[in-house]
Design a protein around this ligand. Sequence first.
Ligand code: 0O2
Length: 226
Amino acid sequence: MENNEEIYLDDEFMSNLMENDAIGSFIRQGEAFKTLMAYYKCAIMEIETKFNVLNEDFSAEYDRNPIETVKTRLKSPESIIEKLHRKQLPFSAESIEQNLNDIAGVRVICAFPEDIFLLSDCLLQQDDVKLIKKKDYISNPKPNGYRSLHLIVEVPIFLHTEKRFMKVEVQFRTIAMDFWASLEHQIYYKKGHDAIELREELKNCAEVSAALDLRMQNIRAQINEE
Ligand code: 0O2
């Protein structure tokens, strides 16, 4: 029965393992990682609620919803490890919190471009939201045609023992920009596909769809004037 022998991990063995060993450090990091991810989830909920409140507010006041959809995501452990590795950063919960801004992600999809700027102003006016970084790929699209407004904000989450500030990446897109980005993402951004002719075609589509966004926005403006 030698092979089925059970191993009992006594307290001393466990504490030596936790204190001295690389495995111990890995397990401790695992616990810290789980806790940190829970904090990011709370921050996502805070930001999502803010947008739901704004949508209700606009609906009650002006009888329209500036937001089509709000999508949220917590970056996967694989993507976190890949990003730390790519940026040559240490693998620890502390390093993740200090160096990565996009663990918590909220994507706000609007019908019209002007609603994007309206909503981002409304968010940034809130006194518990601090702007850390802004990338306006709508006014300045990326060379590949990508359009979106990215904000990195910090919001407080209220835990049972403390108030903690967490970073959240908020991406604002129109439906058309989101459609384009999903397609482009499938083709290149993650898979490294390299077909030059598709790049040109995609860039062209981004321009056509940006023009369409503006034309439809003008139609809405005319309807509102009438
Ligand atoms: P995922 O899985 O969507 O999160 P930084 O974070 O500042 O060091 P980074 O990551 O280049 O630098 O920041 P940036 O430019 O703000 O882009 C972050 C996110 O925007 C990406 O996240 C994508 O979601 C989206 N994005 C940026 N550029 C493109 C693009 O050209 N095409 C598409 N489809 N999406 C883009 P992740 O982490 O790559 O992926």
